[in-house]
Structure formats: C-alpha cells, structure tokens
Design a protein around this ligand. Structure first.
Ligand code: NAD
Ligand code: IPM
Ligand code: MN
Length: 347
C-alpha cells in the first residue's frame, strides 16, 4: 500500500498527550505516512469562535484517514454548555463522513488485571451504529426552563441505515472463529425501532447460515457483559446503546485507557476516523497521567483497515508485550508511548 495521508486532530485535555504517543508508534512502524495537524476542539473554539466549518470538513475529507485524540473542554465553562463541541465537531464529522460503523473491540490482554475475578477469555467486538439513533439531534424543548417544560429526543432509525450496519456485523462475524452475532436492543419497550432492528437481523441472517444469531435486551446485556463476558463475539447495536456498552466493555477489560475504536466508512468514499473510546479526561489532563494505549491501539486499527496488516500486527504485539510486563509501576504517558514505539522499531 502507498503513503497514508493522515489528518490529525489532537483535540483537548489528554487528547494531544495520547496522540503524540500514537504518532511516535506510527512512525516507528516505518509505514510511509504524511501527517497534517488540525487545531479543532474546545480551545480552538474559545479562541476563534468556530468549531468546524464546512470548508474544514472538505479539507479533512481529502485525507486517507483521520486520527482524533479527544475533544471536550472544561465542563464548568458555560460557553461549552450542551455538548456543543461534541455535537459540532465529533458527531458532525461522524455524520458528514458517513461513519456508519463504529467498531469497538474488547480484549482482556494477558497480564492485564480485570476488575472481574474470573472473566475468562474475553475477545469481542461491538459494532455500534454511528450515524443514526438518538444521536441525530431530532428533538426540541418547549416551555423551556419552566415547570412545564417538554423535551423530546427522537431516535431515528432507517431501514437503509440499520441494514448496512447489520450487514457489516454479519460479514465481520464471518471473519471470526466463533461466528456469533448478538443483537442488543430494547425490543420489549422500543417497539418500533427495536422491531426494525430485529426484523433486519432476522432477514439478513438467512444469507449467513454459518453465523449463530442471538438477541439480548440492553439491560440484560449489561449483566452478561459483567458475569459472562467471554460468551460474546460480535455485538451489533444502535448508537446510544453502543456508546454505553463500550465504556462498560472498556472497564471490564482493564480500563478506558486501553479501549480503541474506528469510525468506519467501509465504502471508502470518505476517510475513516480512528480514536480512543475515552474522552478528554479533564481530571488528569496536562499531567502525563493518561494511558496512551487506547490511542496506540487505534493506530493498529487504522493500519489494519488501510491494508498495512503487518504493521498493525507489530503494533498490537508491542502493546501486548508492554501490557504483559506492565505490572503496577507508574509510568508517564510518554514513557509508555516510547517503550511501545521502541518495541515496534526493533521488530
Ligand atoms: P472521559 O473518558 O474523558 O473520562 C472518564 C474517566 O476515565 C476519567 O476519570 C478519566 O480520568 C479516565 N480516563 C479517560 N481516559 C483515560 C486514559 N487514557 N488514561 C487513564 N484514565 C483515563 O469521560 P468524561 O469525563 O465523561 O468526559 C470528559 C470530556 O470528554 C467531556 O467533554 C466529554 O463530552 C468528552 N468526551 C469526548 C470523547 C471523544 O472526543 N471521543 C469521548 C468521550 C467523552
Ligand atoms: C464516544 C463519546 C461520544 C459519543 C460523545 C463525546 C459525543 O462518548 O465516542 O464514545 O457519545 O459517541
Ligand atoms: Mn462514549
């Protein structure tokens, strides 16, 4: 594969700290990459008054892929109320670049301590829908601020949107040894949206006789993710359920600092965007306390999705080796990044 033309959005808080380490590791693979940095995020908004213009999106779209650290400023700042950065930057990019698959793998790597006493062999992936559901901003409020306020937030589910992510999940299940797919929804209450998801899975499953399909209500799924996480293989679910389940998944696999994700545009019409699952972590920002592993594993996802399979495997192996000997020694963000980058360079 040829050169990767990578757009980098370090963002806010620990974003720039973990992105610096991810780029160290990417350079160490020897893969031919050119990077262009973009300043978007809460700080950029507070300085410039703009979050993300259409021309910015057009500029980003010229790249082969995007690496994003995290965005989100000081939660107490009234100028950032209501998630304007999250919606105006992160969600805007996922929607504009049609990132309908949000791929979030969970593995308990050897040597990593799970908060679960006996988790077993945990290796599953959540295929989270990325462009629909309650995230679309279809809602409103009347009589706002009064005791009679009425607020709605409508979940949007299209046959087209559900089918394409469900198809992706079936294809993904076919590439894995266990070939098991679990739909997670809330069909006992969310009759209409749940009905569309269930009937779509039922219909597509006829084309994939080798994939074993089952279903869990989202509340029960949180039980089994804690009590029997090794039974999951591929989970397909909507945007909001997927958000919640993947923080839980991160927690059981040893922490949010290890969880990687890819916002994929599988057709390749637009660049995919890779980012750790975690946010800007204002509580630890600027102290070199953040674990850069999630950002580094997001680089492995980027490499594998862009055809650099060997380089991806090298990064994953270096992360695994680092995790297996990590123990409880306190290391800075950059010490962890450098150790993994050195291991990649020596391979
Ligand atoms: P968060 O993920 O930033 O932090 C949750 C907890 O996990 C905090 O205690 C934090 O210190 C810890 N943590 C996060 N990443 C870590 C790492 N790499 N190493 C060690 N510990 C880590 O979630 P939050 O506090 O709910 O959100 C903070 C801000 O980030 C908000 O503005 C939120 O909207 C935003 N956010 C952005 C993204 C993104 O850009 N993709 C994702 C989630 C949240
Ligand atoms: C994530 C984040 C985002 C989401 C927020 C910041 C919009 O929590 O990537 O998991 O909800 O998708
Ligand atoms: Mn989240």
């Amino acid at each position: 594969p040829s050169q990767i033309n990578l757009a980098v959005i370090p963002g806010d808080g620990i974003g720039p700290e973990v992105v610096a380490e991810a780029l160290k590791v990417l350079k160490a693979t020897g893969v031919d990459v050119s990077t262009t940095e973009f300043p978007f995020g809460a700080s950029h908004y507070l300085e410039s008054g703009t979050i993300l213009e259409d021309s910015d999106i057009a500029e980003l779209a010229k790249h082969d892929a995007i690496l994003l650290g995290a965005v989100g400023g000081d939660p107490r700042d009234p100028r950032l109320k209501g998630g304007i950065i999250e919606r105006g930057l992160l969600l805007k990019l996922r929607f504009a670049l049609d990132h309908h698959v949000n791929l979030r793998p969970t593995t308990i790597f050897p040597g990593v301590t799970s908060p679960l006493a006996e988790p077993g062999a945990v290796d599953f992936v959540v295929v989270r829908e990325g462009t629909e559901g309650p995230y679309v901003g279809n809602g409103g409020s009347i009589r706002t601020g009064t005791p009679h306020e009425i607020a709605t937030e409508v979940s949007l589910n299209t046959a087209y949107g559900v089918e394409r992510v469900v198809r992706f999940a079936f294809e993904h299940a076919m590439s894995r040894p266990r070939k098991k797919l679990t739909l997670v929804h809330k069909t006992n209450v969310l009759t209409y949206a749940g009905g569309l998801w269930q009937s779509t899975v039922d219909r597509i499953s006829a084309e994939y006789p080798d994939v074993a399909v089952d279903y869990l209500h989202v509340d029960a799924a949180t039980i089994f993710l804690v009590t029997k996480p090794s039974t999951f293989d591929v989970i397909v679910t909507d945007n909001l359920f997927g958000d919640i389940l993947t923080d839980l998944a991160a927690a059981i696999s040893g922490g949010i600092g290890l969880a990687a994700s890819g916002n994929l545009n599988p057709s390749g019409e637009f660049p995919s965007m890779f980012e750790p699952v975690h946010g800007s972590a204002p509580d630890i920002a600027g102290k070199q306390l953040a674990d850069p592993t999630a950002a580094i594993l997001s680089i492995a996802l980027l490499l594998s999705q862009s055809g650099h399979t060997d380089a991806a495997a090298k990064v994953t192996a270096a992360v695994e080796a680092d995790l297996s000997t990590r123990g409880t020694a306190a290391r800075s963000t950059s010490e962890i990044g450098s150790a993994i980058a050195d291991a990649v360079a020596q391979n």
